[in-house]
Design a binder for this molecule. Structure first.
Ligand SMILES: [Zn+2]
Length: 288
């Protein structure tokens, strides 16, 4: 994981992974925000900025999905009609994580058309079909078996699928923001649950972010995934009641602790106005 001198050449600040199908074939509750958010990045001039690499997502391999999920799970996803878009979404995350792990990009931001954190080894719900982050972890360890990962999931819904698959993994720290509903930590050695009230607001959320970043820093991962749901905004469908300003603050704080080796994975969120602001601020920070 060292930076050879040759790797500096052509190195990017940010790998941005996108595919137009996310906006047209994605899960309905998630897809309407995708094109407006991408257009916002173009309008802000971020896509043309020096050091920004825009990559078109390619589908993940079916055999990789079969290493994470059971055969009945995969049959269920195929029957849902979202199998192809889920493979493409997982592929985006694998590409983003690979760009970062190889040292080609300092950080990555991955758009998706279907989310991943509610996809367990043998079950899925909540607009999630394949566990994109678990697939990326497995893929990266094929070439570097000892890799350690931290995951900070700020989507306000409990990341039960990620906990199911990666929670027991001693080389994965899973920091999971959630809004309660009786769920909590189970099992794994490196699981941290940050439960916040439904109407937590920015200050309580950012206090949780400090706690999460301290834990992630102590863990010394080779790569940090941020599962980024803006359904935590007060105008979106989840909990926490966050404001417009908080996502840019969040991204700056993450960057202060982890200037490099961070892969953002888009998660929940439906409101195009919220997405434009939240994704625009996060990607703008990563591209600055
Ligand atoms: Zn959510």
């Amino acid at each position: 994981m060292t930076d050879e001198p040759g790797e500096k050449k052509g190195r990017f600040k940010l790998a941005l992974i996108y595919h137009p199908d996310f906006a047209t074939r994605g899960y309905p509750a998630l897809r309407d925000r995708v094109a407006p958010a991408y257009d916002e990045l173009r309008a802000r001039g971020i896509l043309e900025r020096e050091g920004v690499e825009v990559l078109t997502a390619e589908p993940a391999g079916e055999e990789l999905a079969a290493r994470i999920h059971s055969a009945p799970h995969l049959r269920g996803v195929m029957n849902s009609g979202y199998y192809e878009i889920s493979l493409l979404s997982a592929g985006a995350v694998i590409q983003g994580a690979s760009e970062v792990a190889s040292g080609r990009a300092d950080n990555a931001f991955c758009f998706v058309g279907a989310a991943g954190h509610h996809a367990s080894a043998d079950g899925f719900w909540g607009f999630c079909y394949l566990n994109d982050v678990a697939m990326a972890v497995t893929h990266l360890r094929d070439s570097e078996p000892g890799m350690r990962f931290a995951i900070i999931d700020i989507d306000p819904h409990f990341g039960d699928g990620t906990r199911d698959i990666l929670g027991p993994d001693a080389d994965v720290l899973h920091v999971n923001f959630h809004s309660g509903y009786g769920m909590g930590s189970e099992g794994g050695p490196n699981n941290l649950d940050i439960a916040l009230p439904h109407q937590a607001g920015d200050d309580r959320f950012l206090a949780g972010v400090d706690e999460a970043l301290r834990a992630a820093g102590d863990f010394r991962p080779d790569l940090l995934f941020v599962i980024f749901g803006h359904d935590s905004h007060h105008d979106d469908y989840g909990a926490f009641e966050l404001s417009d300003d908080v996502y840019g603050v969040f991204a700056r704080e993450v960057r202060q602790s982890f200037p490099r080796r961070v892969c953002y994975v888009l998660s929940g969120g439906s409101n195009p106005r919220v997405a434009r602001r939240a994704i625009g601020d996060v990607v703008g920070e990563l591209a600055s």
